[in-house]
Design a protein around this ligand. Structure first.
Ligand code: ATP
Length: 233
């Protein structure tokens, strides 16, 4: 579904992605784990089109999208739920969800909203409250639900567990894992390597702008180098 080859990106004169090769097949959950500053967010932004690419290629469903503008990529089914959530805190939960469906004017928007409420009952309860009043975990759920309102085929999730209490972290990972049943393909970027690898099919390890390891998630969890460097085992 997503094929990335030799991808390079820079901020000004400083290159931060030095030739990334990565692919995601339809229906997979793939995770990119790595320390703070490794370039994970930059990678996702290149895929969603909000960060310029300075070399290499991104293909989505066999079409090169490397220079396609971000809003057109959303139309093709690529949606990013950004780091730090970036929900609209002054708008209600429902208004946030409707914004996620801004591309659509059809009856399915209401049905999608009901589906989102099924998945996150707490959002139904709080649908008329401003999003700023939600807890951190609830805001993260809202961010994911809003992304789903865009009917993504491929969802890019940036650190959904960041800043959450451990019990909520597990809840968010459960939600991500359940996206499989909705036929949503997921590329998940996480510093919480263990949590992310546990729910992923495959994983990539990123260090200072390069992929240093990749493979089935279970193999990565079992790998002594990963266990020492990222899992603290
Ligand atoms: P984090 O988990 O902190 O987001 P990350 O793995 O996602 O880390 P990036 O945010 O992609 O890493 O950052 C990769 C490198 O690019 C880092 O060295 C960072 O300092 C640098 N960088 C990120 N954003 C900018 C920017 N807007 N301008 C200049 N340098 C940046």
């Amino acid at each position: 579904m997503l094929e990335i080859s030799e991808l390079r990106s820079r901020y000004g004169r400083i290159e931060v992605l030095h030739g990334i090769d990565l692919n995601v097949q339809q229906g997979e959950i793939v995770t990119v784990v790595g320390a703070n500053g490794a370039g994970k967010t930059t990678l996702l932004r290149c895929i969603s089109g909000t960060q310029p690419v300075s070399g290499g290629e991104i293909k989505f469903r066999n079409d090169a999208i490397t220079t396609v503008p971000a809003f057109k990529r959303i139309g093709r089914g690529i949606t990013q739920s950004p780091e730090g959530r970036q929900i609209f805190t002054n708008l209600t939960v429902e208004e946030n969800l409707r914004l996620g469906a801004f591309l659509f004017k059809d009856d399915r928007v209401d049905k999608d909203m009901q589906d989102a409420f099924e998945m996150f009952p707490i959002l139904r309860e709080k649908r008329n409250l401003t999003a700023g009043g939600l807890s951190g975990g609830q805001q993260q759920m809202l961010a994911i639900a809003r992304a789903l309102m865009g009917r993504p085929n491929c969802l890019l999730l940036d650190e959904p567990s960041m800043g959450l209490a451990p019990i909520l972290v597990q809840q968010i990972f459960d939600v991500v894992q359940n996206l499989k049943s909705l036929d949503v393909t997921v590329l998940l970027v996480e510093q919480n390597a263990f949590g992310a690898l546990k729910i992923a099919d495959r994983g990539y390890v990123m260090e200072t702008g390069r992929i240093t390891m990749d493979g089935p998630a279970a193999d990565l969890i079992a790998d002594p180098r990963i266990r020492e460097a990222y899992l603290g085992i």
